[in-house]
Design a protein around this ligand. Sequence first.
Ligand SMILES: Cc1cc2nc3c(=O)[nH]c(=O)nc-3n(C[C@H](O)[C@H](O)[C@H](O)COP(=O)(O)OP(=O)(O)OC[C@H]3O[C@@H](n4cnc5c(N)ncnc54)[C@H](O)[C@@H]3O)c2cc1C
Ligand code: FES
Length: 283
Amino acid sequence: MTKQTLPNDKPIMGKIVEKWEECFETYCFKIKLPVKVQGAKPGQFVMLWVPGEDEYPVGIAGLKDSILEVGIAKMGPGTEAMHKKGVGDLVGIRGFYGKPFTPPDDVNHLLIGGGFGMTPLKLLTETLMSIEKKQNIHVFEGARSKDRLMYLEWFRDLHNQGKINFHACTDDGSYGYQGFPTADLEIFLQESETPSVIYAAGPEKMMKAIFDLGRKYANVIDMQMSLADRYMRCGFGACSSCVVDPTGWRICVDGPIFNTEKLEKISDFGVYKRIETGEKKRI
Ligand SMILES: Cc1cc2nc3c(=O)[nH]c(=O)nc-3n(C[C@H](O)[C@H](O)[C@H](O)COP(=O)(O)OP(=O)(O)OC[C@H]3O[C@@H](n4cnc5c(N)ncnc54)[C@H](O)[C@@H]3O)c2cc1C
Ligand code: FES
């Protein structure tokens, strides 16, 4: 029987069936799950257990025939341990957790992000391509340099096949235009008269800049942003390590995707995040 989600009280072991170096210090993995499962939605996440090391949240880049795709950027011991795993190794997965992106019909879909934020945007792109025309899907990706653009070839191929519009930029000008993805987004918003929805995932400072930009344009009817650049412990609402002020929302169950209306209420957004001890630290 095909399930809509996985057991989320304890991890089930999946086997790595494919691994590749996607970009600078970032590896992607396909993990075969032992149960038939579908129904993962873009923006949701799983808890990945690397036995003997750590368990931490990661976004869902794809799920087909019970094979889960994830992309892991090197941060510290937990992500380094995953980078050492190879085909045939077992890792634990529990999920799917969190609220997904909810794209409406008949709008421009403007996906914008960087770093491991591109992981949920990859699955969102796939979902949108199955229902939308090319001219409505725009992906804006930014990175420090070309070798840090995640899924560059994947997005470029889709652009060349006429399925999406891909706009890339780098801080050093080594690929695309030199600058931040907000520059191209702003040009698009100035020229477009159709209602648009912005979906963002990446470093929170970047998302705050996108949010402030989007608020200036009346044709932006909603913004949906992933607050995944934050610390989480349990992933299912029990420990409060991911709480934001002043609403008390837990990112893992009330998010990680929040829309304009909710983001406006989170005074922590783009300003403070909690560290492992629960203390708040300026972003
Ligand atoms: C909803 C969500 C989705 C995520 N998706 C991805 C993804 O698709 N790919 C990816 O590479 N990373 C993702 N992350 C971030 C990833 O969980 C952390 O980078 C990872 O836990 C770091 O662990 P570490 O031991 O390698 O580094 P550490 O040395 O432990 O930490 C390095 C940094 O990561 C933060 N961090 C540590 N543990 C966690 C944790 N449990 N939750 C969140 N942040 C943590 C620390 O505060 C520190 O800033 C996601 C985080 C969240 C909350
Ligand atoms: S991570 Fe435990 S409540 Fe969100």
